[in-house]
Design a protein around this ligand. Structure first.
Ligand code: 2AM
Length: 178
């Protein structure tokens, strides 16, 4: 880890394990063509985007996240899609998954209570796979993937020569007996 900065670019996310990241990255590489595939180790699903945040608030963010109670849940990445306005290819659940939207609502409520600012646009669950894409025409067919969600993470963006790198700072586990 780099030395502590005065501010950090932060977000909360579901972070796939290495096996799932590998499967997602393999499809992504085939689908990307000349576009920009997400690097395997950066693949995630954002729950709440905080943006540039005073590093002094990181402890408060940890308290907010620890207060969020949720049970482990299975998330099905049923489909891929293309957003022309953002030029990105994504995958995600077919319908909004109830357990996921409940987790996002609880996290956002905890942030609201603590007066922490985040991007409050409505949550649309998606895992970005390719940026600067022109469509899905060249993408291979999609095989749904199962994601066993057992925790979520506070993540920071770190600029690097190879582009931005995302670094998990802290993980917040689901409660088995919830
Ligand atoms: P995206 O992949 O759809 O662009 C880190 O930037 C993560 O936070 C990305 O997953 C990004 O989503 C998400 N994000 C959500 N709101 C954002 C915002 N206002 N600015 C930048 N990234 C945002």
């Amino acid at each position: 880890m780099e030395p502590a900065a005065a501010s950090e670019r932060l977000f909360f996310a579901l972070w796939p394990d290495s096996a799932l990241q590998g499967r997602l990255a393999a499809w992504t590489k085939l689908a990307a063509g000349n576009a920009r595939p997400m690097r395997r180790e950066n693949i995630h699903l954002t729950l709440a985007f905080l943006g540039t945040t005073d590093a002094a608030l990181i402890a408060v963010l940890g308290e907010c996240a620890h207060a969020v109670r949720f049970a482990p849940f299975a998330l099905r990445l049923d489909r891929v899609g293309y957003w022309k306005h953002k030029r990105l290819i994504w995958c995600g659940p077919e319908d909004e998954a109830q357990a996921l939207t409940a987790l996002v609502a609880a996290l956002r409520a905890a942030l609201d209570n603590a007066g922490i600012r985040y991007d409050s646009k409505p949550f649309v669950s998606h895992v970005t796979l390719v940026r600067k894409a022109s469509g899905l025409a060249a993408a291979p067919s999609w095989v749904p993937l199962a994601w066993d969600v057992r925790d979520f993470a506070l993540v920071r963006s770190v600029p690097s020569e190879a582009g931005v790198r995302y670094e998990v700072m802290q993980r917040f586990p689901a409660l088995a007996a919830f």
